[in-house]
Design a protein around this ligand. Structure first.
Ligand code: NAD
Length: 485
């Protein structure tokens, strides 16, 4: 670790109290260059390290993360305001990706075909790219960095991580533990800062691959700038996730899943359900949904009765309050209004209570914009076809779910819906790491997604070898065609 010589510092605060937790240095241009250079130097030796040894580093890292699981979750709760239970989930879903990275040998196997021509064999290898960059958001400070650097490094790359400036303590702890697991110097670099640091990494000649997770506007900037500089980029962006509720679904299952998936983590999940679409008579459950949502209240991270924590900062709270007011002004019916929520003992927290709207139309800003707060909007339609049309007309495509007892309805939904992660009676269908996290449309820029086999394709280049070994010296003369004989 080096101490920055910067003159720019960002205060990191506890969102439940506004207490100052840390002062974050924005890395200077020279420090960013130094981090990339160190990662580049480490790549020269790391790319030659046998695959089993790379896997063993991940095995040791997985064990250490498990050993420190609760400490990391405690730090994460302080940094983000998440409840302890939710923070543990954030850490655990990251550990699962490290477990996946332990399988790197079988994941990165190439292809072979013998005798593509007489005595000619063809085979392919996956080779690492160099220094990969990861830029991560505030809302999953353990899981999302762990989506990226373990897979990239297991593939033989080195990595520069630029975590969110809003809650950098957890990513720093992840990096310390990685070093403790035996990562050689330079393998993983962490640099702090905002746009300036990101922009430097995006145009740096020694960073061939960029992974990003965050909001739509920034994802598009990252994708445009990175690809303009001839890098490969995967950029995961914002969302507006719909749950479609059929009248044959189980009412209690629908209500409890809707409450958890809409206001859990204060709605600050890219896979939160923020739109509920009731088909036909399922709309009769809306009053009960309101009562169930009203029972869940925010609180401090160590309050076992708290359903969720605060918003990340006062500006985020102001933004959500503005959207709630816009919804009311546009004529939506606010069945439950969390705008004035307070939490005893925490007068300065960025609190917002569960908020529920009915009679929402697709023109309203509460429907069009990603709110990223504990706000659920409901729409009512007459048929499954109408629900599918509605979801497909929305520009986002991160996640969606359908609740139904009908296999035929579920099959139709999974087939016709233009969204990349689909749940059937599962509200937040984040795939486990042996699959990939496959957001679509406005929720993703790029082609290869996070973790799973797609991460190996993203973090490696395929080399295909065509080989002939002569058994005897054949002087057949030059082959003037492209055809292999
Ligand atoms: P954000 O876009 O504000 O910030 C993400 C990262 O980009 C941070 O590291 C930040 O420092 C950097 N950044 C911010 N502005 C920048 C700029 N102008 N130029 C260059 N870099 C910049 O996102 P956030 O508020 O931290 O996270 C919330 C967003 O992330 C939500 O939209 C959420 O849906 C999305 N998200 C998406 C996924 C997914 O998998 N699709 C997962 C988690 C979060």
């Amino acid at each position: 670790m080096i101490h920055s010589e910067t003159s720019q510092w960002i205060p990191v605060t506890n969102p439940a109290t506004q207490e100052l937790i840390a002062q974050l240095p924005c890395a200077t241009e020279a420090e960013v260059n130094r981090a990339v250079a160190a990662a580049k130097a480490a790549f020269d030796s790391w790319k030659e390290v046998p695959v089993g040894e790379r896997a063993r580093l991940m095995l040791r890292y997985q064990a250490l993360l498990k050993e420190h699981h609760d400490d990391i979750a405690t730090l994460l709760s302080r940094d983000t305001g998440k409840t302890f239970e939710d923070a543990k989930g954030d850490v655990w879903r990251g550990i699962e990706v490290v477990e996946h990275a332990c399988n790197i040998a079988s994941l990165s196997m190439g292809e072979t075909v013998e005798n593509v021509a007489r005595k000619v064999d063809c085979y392919s290898y996956s080779q690492p790219l160099g220094v990969c960059v990861g830029i991560t958001p505030f809302n999953f400070p353990a899981m999302i960095p762990l989506w990226m650097f373990p897979m990239a490094i297991a593939c033989g790359n080195t990595f520069v991580l630029k975590p969110s400036e809003q809650d950098p303590l957890t990513p720093m702890r992840l990096a310390e533990l990685f070093k403790e697991a035996g990562a050689p110097d330079g393998l993983l670099q962490v640099v702090h800062g905002g746009k300036e640091v990101v922009d430097q990494l995006l145009v740096h000649p020694d960073t061939p691959a960029i992974s990003f997770v965050g909001s739509v506007a920034v994802a598009q900037h990252i994708y445009r700038t990175g690809t303009h500089h001839m890098k490969r980029v995967q950029a995961f962006a914002g969302a507006k996730n719909h749950m479609v509720i059929m009248p044959d679904a189980q009412k209690q299952q629908v209500i409890s899943n809707l409450v958890g998936s809409s206001v859990g983590a204060c709605g600050q999940r890219c896979m939160a359900i923020s739109v509920a679409v009731f088909v036909g008579s399922a709309n009769e459950w809306i009053p009960e949904l309101r009562d169930a949502m009203a029972k869940v209240q925010p609180g401090a991270w160590d309050d076992a009765n708290a359903g969720f924590g605060p918003l990340i900062n006062p500006q985020a709270r102001e933004r959500v309050l503005r959207l709630i007011e816009e919804g009311k002004a546009a004529g939506a019916e606010c069945l439950l209004d969390g705008s004035h929520c307070r939490v005893d003992g925490y007068p300065d927290g960025n609190w917002l209570g569960p908020t529920l709207f009915r009679k929402v139309t697709t023109e309203m800003s509460i429907y069009r914009e990603e709110i990223f707060g504990p706000v659920l909007v409901t729409l009512e339609v007459g048929s499954l076809e109408e629900a599918i049309g509605l979801v497909n007309a929305n520009p986002y495509g991160n996640g969606t779910s359908i609740f139904t007892a009908s296999g035929a309805a579920a099959r139709k939904y999974q087939h016709e819906i233009q969204v990349g992660n689909v749940g059937i009676n599962v509200p937040i269908p984040v795939p486990l790491p042996f699959f990939s996290f496959t957001g679509w449309r406005k929720s993703f820029c790029g082609d290869q997604h996070a973790y799973g086999k797609q991460a190996v394709r993203f973090y490696t280049e395929t080399k295909t070898i065509t080989a002939r070994w002569f058994e005897d010296d054949i002087a057949a003369g030059p082959n003037m065609s492209i055809h292999l004989k």
